[in-house]
Ligand binder design. Structure first.
Ligand code: MG
Length: 310
């Protein structure tokens, strides 16, 4: 079993995007730097969505400008070609697109059906290719060549949908099949509601093509609504998954998924992986000081983020 695990810290984007508080630009930068100093180097910095739609992500462009050319290359969520253009103008090299496995969730969350959503992703790839970009696999380090990018795709609601209930794993497989010609470095499979258990994850993971698993093209993105995220991740480790998304302090939720609580907390994930003998490169003690606490566990809630960076 591969003992090196990659953690994608989604707090500064997925986390902040789904809570009511909005950090200032300075606080947002400070949060990202604090996370990076604990050893996290795959961090989501922001989202190139319309600022009026998501005020918490309004200074994403400034974040990208600030970190441009630094040692820290951040991930950014890009919803469409317009967002892609803005991201590329800032020299962004790690780009995340999104869609949902659930038909109804796509319609309610992004106002389009699955095929329309996938078409937008294809259009973005067309734009990138036309502009001479090439695509790196997940495990390859970025270079200073701005014409090289890494692409991640979030597929949310892979376990269940707030409107449709449990999702058949074949829906997620169909999406992978539909996009197999695209150079997507990694798919992040999201249990948006946080209702997954080892058994439900197993029913999905056991169907995934071995090539995807072997090449680190699948990541798990767990929410911890029922406290089953770490157990699910243990199952993922059995299947050879080596990338997991998490959010500092369990920040997050989903406004379109009533009842969904935050993401799996990064400090819990790091604690678990360390104790199980995996290598994450993250210094847990340093991570716990991000919000000024030295207590283990998911104590770093939204108000703590706000206090720590005010
Ligand atoms: Mg999430």
């Amino acid at each position: 079993m591969n003992k090196n695990i990659s953690i994608v810290e989604v707090g500064p984007r997925d986390g902040l995007q789904n809570v009511s508080h909005t950090l200032t630009f300075g606080q947002h930068v400070k949060l990202i730097k604090a996370l990076a100093s604990s050893g996290l180097h795959e961090i989501e910095g922001g989202s190139f969505v319309r600022p009026d739609k998501l005020p918490s992500m309004a200074h994403t462009k400034d974040i990208a400008t600030y970190f441009k050319g630094s040692d820290l290359s951040l991930w950014y969520l890009v919803p469409n070609q317009k967002g892609l253009k803005l991201a590329l103008e800032q020299g962004v090299q790690k780009i995340a697109f999104f869609t949902a496995a659930s038909k109804t969730f796509n319609e309610k969350n992004i106002g389009m059906n699955l095929n329309e959503s996938l078409q937008i992703i294809r259009s973005c790839f067309d734009d990138l290719k036309q502009q001479g970009y090439s695509f790196l696999p997940h495990w390859t380090d970025l270079t200073n060549d701005e014409k090289k990018v890494k692409i991640r795709l979030y597929i949310s609601t892979v376990i269940a949908c707030p409107y449709q209930g449990p999702l058949d794993p074949s829906v997620t497989l169909d999406i992978l099949e539909k996009l197999k010609d695209l150079p997507i470095a990694q798919y992040s499979l999201g249990d948006t509601l946080g209702v997954g258990t080892p058994k439900t994850w197993k029913s999905l993971l056991s169907l995934l093509p071995q090539t995807y698993l072997n090449l680190n093209r699948i990541a798990m993105h767990c929410h911890d609504t029922y406290g089953c995220a770490l157990a699910s991740i243990a199952e993922g480790l059995n299947y050879g998954i080596t990338t997991f998304d998490s959010s500092i302090g369990g920040l997050g939720g989903c406004p379109y998924a009533p009842g969904a609580t935050g993401n799996l907390a990064t400090e819990d994930l790091v604690y678990f992986l360390n104790k199980e003998g995996f290598e994450t490169g993250v210094d847990l003690e340093k991570l716990l000081t991000v919000f000024g606490t030295e207590t283990t566990g998911t104590l770093c809630n939204v108000s703590k983020v706000y206090q720590a960076f005010s």
